[in-house]
Ligand binder design. Structure first.
Ligand SMILES: Cc1cc2nc3c(=O)[nH]c(=O)nc-3n(C[C@H](O)[C@H](O)[C@H](O)COP(=O)(O)OP(=O)(O)OC[C@H]3O[C@@H](n4cnc5c(N)ncnc54)[C@H](O)[C@@H]3O)c2cc1C
Length: 397
């Protein structure tokens, strides 16, 4: 990429070196054992890849989203789990806290992340998935703080993350004030209970669990002060979440890039009908399409990460990058497996793992359908409420 600075090229090269050695060697074992890679998080922290977006005054490097994307892309080529850890340690929850949090909050969470903690972001509930604003977890205002009650599910890092950013409905004297973000530390705050683990199809070494908040008391100082208050709290938190979406798009893209590279190597060496299968035009065209999709996904991701000058990536850019990269990753990993024939279907090669891992990104972090709703709403300049009541209200206006 001609526009990368020398420092970014160096960062990319360092990420590639770690990914092509340690991370690559560990990936199959992590998938098999489904154990969280604590040693990998140490290596990532030592390399400066955890909390690299944290400003220098809090111990980080103050790097941008494009820098982070360069690292995620490299990790994804060999291990989706490692790439996801880099996303969550630089975007998502930590990004929101660094943008909106108080001095005290930033000083509380930064050391955890810099030492290797991957924060958890807790939005989804059993009855509130795509309809996230219908969440029922409450943060009731009490003397000196808030008391949280409710259940989240599919929380990445449940039981391994220390720092949690919890989205909850703020209630004071029985009145619903809107949605706020609250910081909890597992192991320190009583009432944060880790529930059942989901048996995931892919990305198996990061636990996805339920989280129960059972009279979880958090002092006032743990409530993140959001611009425009709790009424617009969800919008502010989701604005920060645009960075996480760019990160998720990059993991999908990195996995696809890794699968494609393996396919290119394979077709040059595998012989059938007395010649390398790379000589068959049908396969050459598959590779050409794979490469074109990857180039397009990368361009959308870099555009979103480079931003429009705002604090976070633009919503539309982030959505388009995730829509395209996640669909493309499913196609490219599937084609890469196909090009390997039966070898691709074997668990001795990483192709089947890459297909399983890539499958996630049209679902987690906003489904492909919901992101298309968002893009359509923006390009048409129309509110597109998804509830029946919202449609009726709009029709009446
Ligand atoms: C591996 C993984 C990790 C995750 N990690 C986290 C995490 O760390 N934190 C967190 O809070 N959440 C997390 N999630 C949850 C994720 O964000 C939700 O799964 C997602 O938002 C979709 O919600 P749902 O699964 O309830 O699907 P539903 O909302 O029930 O949707 C079911 C289907 O209906 C479609 N659909 C629903 N409404 C509409 C509509 N209005 N228009 C068109 N289509 C629609 C959806 O696109 C989908 O295809 C994770 C999920 C996965 C799979």
């Amino acid at each position: 990429m001609h526009f990368l600075t020398d420092a970014q090229r160096d960062l990319q090269a360092r990420a590639k070196a770690l990914s092509d050695t340690y991370v690559k060697d560990m990936a199959a074992e992590l998938d098999r054992t489904e154990q969280y890679p604590w040693d990998t998080t140490k290596k990532l922290a030592e390399a400066g890849f955890m909390g690299m977006t944290i400003p220098k005054e809090y111990g980080g490097q103050g790097l941008g989203y494009l820098d982070t994307v360069l690292v995620i892309e490299q990790m994804g080529r060999n291990c989706g789990v490692t790439a996801r850890i880099v996303v969550e340690a630089n975007m998502g929850g930590i990004g929101a806290i660094m943008a909106y949090g108080s001095e005290e909050q930033k000083k509380l969470v930064a050391p955890y992340v810099l030492a290797g903690d991957k924060p958890a972001i807790c939005i989804t509930e059993p009855a509130a998935g795509s309809a996230a604003t219908e969440m029922t977890t409450t943060a009731e205002k009490v003397d000196g703080g808030f008391r949280l009650n409710g259940t989240k599910h599919w929380i990445t890092g449940g039981g391994v993350s220390k720092v949690h950013l919890i989205f909850a409905r703020v209630v004071e004297n029985g009145e619903d004030l809107g949605i706020g973000g609250f910081i909890a530390i597992r192991g320190e705050d009583e009432g944060l209970v880790v529930g059942d683990r989901e048996p995931s199809m892919g990305l198996r070494a990061i636990p996805e669990t339920q989280l129960h908040f059972q009279d979880l008391f958090l002092p006032d100082a743990r409530a993140v002060t959001l611009p425009n208050g709790y009424r617009k709290g969800f919008a502010a938190l989701m604005n920060a979440y645009n960075a996480q979406r760019v990160g998720a798009a990059t993991v999908a893209h990195g996995i696809a890039q890794g699968a494609y590279e393996r396919a290119v190597d394979f077709v040059k060496t595998r012989e059938q009908f007395g010649r390398p299968i790379a000589e068959f035009q049908g396969l050459q065209w598959m590779l050409a399409d794979m490469s074109t999709g990857l180039a397009a996904a990368q361009a959308l991701i870099y555009k979103a990460a480079m931003g429009t000058g705002g604090q976070f990536p633009d919503m539309q850019d982030a959505a388009q990058a995730k829509i395209f990269a996640s669909d493309n990753a499913i196609k490219v990993t599937g084609d890469a497996l196909q090009l390997h024939g039966a070898m691709g279907y074997s668990r001795n090669l990483p192709m089947e793992r890459m297909c399983r891992d890539a499958r996630m990104f049209t679902i987690g972090g906003g489904t492909g359908q919901m992101l298309r709703n968002q893009v359509a709403s923006s390009l048409l300049g129309m509110k597109l409420p998804q509830t029946r009541a919202g449609h009726l209200k709009l029709a009446a206006e």
